[in-house]
Ligand binder design. Structure first.
Ligand code: RP5
Length: 170
């Protein structure tokens, strides 16, 4: 079930299929950058429902703090995972059909009251932001992460200024 582990995982990155891997790797890259341990898991709400439920319901006991779930089409993975845990669940809709992710974003975010899923943008930006939101949550209890996040934002800001300078040739 587990495709990749880095140390004792704090975050679980779940995806419905190996075809989601390229997108969900954007989340893994952020955790590598912030040196946060995670595990990557392929499990499907529809094709392997029992394994998905087992993973979600046992994650907290194993020390996981946040779950990210990426899926395409009728994307029920994040919602099903959220139903089996009280850990925060962040959903990443993936463009995997002729509806270009509109199907998965609606399936991910339209949760009934009582079982929340934090919905991200479709695709790579969503996977990246799912990881950054996780870092922000973890930083509430880890001051060193807060510092890293501040530096990350500063770097983004200076990169924009740099690109502007280059464009204008100044
Ligand atoms: C979803 O169906 C997966 O998350 C994936 O995005 C989509 C298509 O899966 P494959 O047919 O490529 O395995 O469950």
């Amino acid at each position: 079930m587990t495709a990749k582990k880095t140390g004792k995982p704090l975050v679980g990155i779940l995806m419905g299929s190996d075809s989601d891997l390229e997108i969900m790797n954007e989340a893994a890259k952020v955790f590598d950058q912030f040196k946060i341990s995670y595990e990557t898991v392929i499990t499907s709400a529809h094709r392997s429902p029992k394994r998905t439920a087992l993973y979600a319901s046992s994650a907290e006991k194993r020390g996981i703090k946040i779950l990210i779930a990426g899926a395409g089409m009728a994307a029920h993975l994040a919602g099903v995972v959220a139903a089996h845990t009280i850990l925060p669940v962040i959903g990443v809709p993936i463009d995997a059909s002729s509806l270009k992710g509109l199907d998965s974003i609606l399936s991910t975010v339209q949760m009934p009251g009582g079982i929340p899923v934090a919905g991200m943008a479709i695709g790579k930006a969503g996977a990246k932001n799912a990881a950054l939101l996780s870092v922000e949550i973890l930083s509430l209890f880890t001051p060193s992460l807060k510092k890293q996040l501040e530096k990350f934002r500063e770097k983004m800001e200076s990169d924009v200024a740099e690109k502007d300078k280059k464009l204008r040739g100044v």
